[in-house]
Ligand binder design. Structure first.
Ligand SMILES: Cc1cc2nc3c(=O)[nH]c(=O)nc-3n(C[C@H](O)[C@H](O)[C@H](O)COP(=O)(O)OP(=O)(O)OC[C@H]3O[C@@H](n4cnc5c(N)ncnc54)[C@H](O)[C@@H]3O)c2cc1C
Length: 332
């Protein structure tokens, strides 16, 4: 078990913020997770790879991280993964072992534990459709728990772990149900199809599909190892139909997605771009030049500088569109 004091979190957040925590503990087994869970005192922060996290100051408490590794086959196409496994390595492992269904989720940063908290998704796929169960240890008691997919109450980038179960459990394992049928692929979302066509591939293998997703993502998103970021910084707002119709009259080219008879979703990235922020900076914090939804650390930015940029952008969007956009990233 790792147990450090006054520990730098620089390697534990993809924004590249050099904040410290008072104590850093890491569990490598279920027993260690139970020991930590029984002794843990507030304030504490559970983290994975910190790829959905913005640290604005030193954390005066305990940061808990899972270093629980391992991918084991439970049945033909069911696997049980340690929560500290890197998600993309699990996807690569699946493709290499002829287990299909995770390819569209290739290259999403972060770890297995967080995949079950966040319900990660991309290119028309969501991890909830692969999750069979989540194993965790209850904080305070050390009790072992197994939750079914239904109990986790998954929604769009959402789960019970973000609400009533927030900070209540240390996730130790996630069981994923994959498929042995390589032909059940989802290739029609985003620019996957056009990229396959460009490569002259009609029916891709899982490995080819994974490579296309990786290449599209690499072309569009900054690599956190090079440029600090946490992916999409803001959630896409859902607005009332009346408000949407007013906006559409003013901006006929505005992209939008139908939610239900009363609501429409508007891409926050489009609004930020309209406000002229794409590629721009405020101090050492900036907006990615290929995707305005992504805020970046241009080098040496503090968490507060990134929050400043976030608030300036929110004000501009509010002034221009009358819409409040909210961060998706956990700001601590
Ligand atoms: C370049 C880039 C691209 C991205 N693209 C996507 C994308 O396409 N789709 C998408 O969905 N997300 C995307 N993200 C966001 C991010 O990858 C996901 O949110 C990911 O699941 C975060 O994983 P993490 O291990 O870094 O978790 P963290 O950010 O460290 O934590 C996320 C949440 O999980 C909780 N948590 C983590 N581990 C545990 C555990 N063991 N037990 C209990 N709780 C835990 C934390 O408390 C926190 O609430 C992107 C991020 C980046 C940097």
């Amino acid at each position: 078990m790792v147990n450090e004091v006054d520990y730098s979190l620089l390697q534990h957040n993809t924004f590249g913020i050099d904040a410290k925590c008072r104590r850093f503990v890491e569990y490598c087994s279920v027993e260690e997770a139970q020991e930590i869970a029984r002794r843990l005192q507030e304030p504490y922060l559970l983290i994975g790879a910190g790829s959905n996290l913005l640290l604005t100051k030193d954390f005066e408490g305990t940061v808990v991280h899972s270093a629980l590794k391992g991918i084991e086959t439970q049945s033909d196409s069911r696997i049980r993964c340690g929560s500290g496994e890197t998600w993309d390595e699990v996807v690569a492992w699946c493709v290499g072992h002829r287990l299909y269904g995770a390819e569209n989720l290739s290259l999403i940063p972060g770890e297995v534990g967080a995949s079950a908290v966040q319900n990660i998704g991309a290119y028309g796929a969501e991890v909830k459709d692969l999750i069979a169960s989540v194993e965790a240890v209850e904080i305070g008691t050390g009790r072992l728990c197994v939750f079914s997919r239904e109990e986790c109450q998954y929604g769009y980038r959402d789960s019970r772990f973000k609400h009533e179960w927030k900070n209540k459990y240390l996730i130790t394992h996630v069981v994923y149900q994959l498929s042995s049928d390589e032909s059940r692929q989802s290739t029609e979302y985003g620019n996957i199809r056009s990229e396959l066509d460009r490569r002259g591939i009609q029916t891709p293998t899982a490995a080819e599909l994974r490579q296309v997703v990786i290449d599209i993502r690499n072309a569009k998103l900054p690599d956190p190892k090079v440029t600090g970021n946490a992916g999409s910084f803001f959630m896409n707002p859902v607005v009332e139909r009346k408000k949407f119709e007013q906006l559409l009259a003013a901006y006929p080219d505005m992209p939008h997605y139908y939610i239900d008879a009363d609501h429409e979703k508007i891409p926050a990235g489009w609004m930020i771009d309209q406000c002229g922020w794409k590629g721009k900076s405020l101090g050492k914090a900036g907006v990615h030049d290929k995707q305005a939804l992504v805020l970046v650390n241009r080098g040496g930015a503090t968490g507060l500088e990134i929050v400043d940029l976030c608030e300036t952008i929110r004000n501009d969007v509010r002034e221009r569109f009358g819409i409040d956009i909210h961060p998706e990233v956990n700001i601590v």
